[in-house]
Write a protein that binds this ligand. Structure first.
Ligand SMILES: NC(=O)c1ccc[n+]([C@@H]2O[C@H](COP(=O)([O-])OP(=O)(O)OC[C@H]3O[C@@H](n4cnc5c(N)ncnc54)[C@H](OP(=O)(O)O)[C@@H]3O)[C@@H](O)[C@H]2O)c1
Length: 332
């Protein structure tokens, strides 16, 4: 659809800014681009492909004539505006958690079940960043050897909590190095020189956080694996970009680390870096700024006959957010 009109809601945010660079890098065809944010950013312009485009306040009337909306402004904004955009005739690719658990809305990671896009009725949901990178690795393994159980611990960068959290890490680090008390505002505890086992809000009914609950439920929906048992512990670490995850998978029959390594070596979107004899394994810094899901430290789980353990790293703003959304648009 050359000449399509595209709107980005949340264009000034961490994901919105990355969306604009991914759209440009992937030479996504755009006739007209509308940049929308809160009314706080009125009067600001953002340069895209050599043109200064004004940032407008997003309202229910913003979508007239728009064909495609990337929605990256949070759940409550999406709940209000996405239906208005669909009424106006647009398809909405949504980054928030507002629509992910509705049965009639596909939740899509193109490498895993890309065909799900075809069932959309106007809105297509993108999973949470920590879920996306995990399922890109789990998907090809599960196709060959059905996975029974997953236990995952995450090490999530501050950009996963938005542009404000990135500023907070910098400001706290400077304050501490300068001998001042750090100010705590966006994240629940001091993040500089610390790790925080609280990503999003606690659920009183089971003690998990909503991020941990999302990783389990989104994975089951994306992979069409309603019976997969999943337990997650999500942790924020003082890293700017790139989430890391230690993943243990358990099968109903023995599967070796060598088999998993071979499957992942040929998997779409996965880059295996796994040569401990030469000290080769991926870190968040390796993944920052690119689209791959990097996997290393693949080894047999010594605590069970049927398990394999590995390390998964990806840039949460790229494959975990912007790139996944643009890949969905390309599928459309
Ligand atoms: N960060 C990640 O790694 C990641 C990954 C996957 C999914 N997500 C999801 O993506 C969404 C955006 O996250 P983010 O990290 O980019 O957050 P962010 O950096 O805080 O950006 C939020 C964006 O939403 C805009 N906004 C806020 N209130 C608005 C309103 N009432 N109307 C219109 N726009 C409004 C902000 O505009 P102003 O600049 O005007 O305030 C800004 O552009 C969230 O739902 C998040 O859960 C994030």
């Amino acid at each position: 659809m050359a000449g399509r009109t595209v709107a980005v809601v949340g264009a000034t945010g961490a994901v919105g800014q990355e969306l604009l660079s991914v759209l440009d890098q992937r030479e996504f065809s755009i006739g007209q681009l509308r940049l929308l944010a809160s009314s706080r950013k009125n009067g600001r312009t953002i340069n895209f492909r050599g043109k200064d485009i004004p940032v407008e306040a997003a309202t229910p009337e913003s979508f007239e004539g728009v064909d495609l909306v990337f929605s990256a402004a949070g759940g409550s904004v999406s709940k209000e505006l996405a239906p208005k955009a669909v009424e106006a005739g647009a398809v909405v690719i949504d980054k928030s958690s507002a629509w992910r658990y509705e049965d009639h809305i596909p939740l899509v990671v193109p490498e895993v079940k890309g065909d799900d896009v075809a069932s959309h009725q106007g809105i297509i949901a993108c999973p949470n960043c920590s879920t996306i990178q995990m399922v890109v690795a789990l998907g090809p393994i599960h196709r060959e050897h059905p996975i029974d159980r997953v236990v995952v611990s995450t090490y999530q960068s501050v950009s996963g909590a938005g542009a404000g959290a990135m500023l907070e890490l910098g400001a706290q680090s400077e304050a501490i190095v300068g001998g001042d008390d750090p100010e705590i505002d966006v994240l629940p505890r001091q993040i500089a020189f610390n790790v925080i086992p609280e990503v999003e809000t606690f659920r009183p009914e089971d003690g998990y956080t909503s991020e941990e609950w999302k990783m389990a439920n989104e994975t089951r929906k994306i992979m069409h694996a309603p019976d997969m048992r999943i337990s997650a512990t999500c942790v924020r670490v003082p890293v700017y970009r790139g989430h890391s995850e230690a993943v243990s998978v358990e099968f109903s029959e023995p599967v070796s680390a060598a088999e998993v390594r071979e499957i992942l070596s040929g998997a779409s979107g996965v880059k295996v870096v796994d040569d401990i004899s030469n000290g080769a394994y991926p870190t968040a810094l390796d993944a920052a700024g690119n689209d791959d899901v990097w996997v290393g430290r693949i080894r047999d789980d010594v605590s069970t006959d049927n398990g394999v353990v590995f390390w998964v790293v990806s840039d949460n703003l790229r494959k975990g957010a912007a790139t996944n959304a643009v890949q969905i648009a390309e599928l459309l």
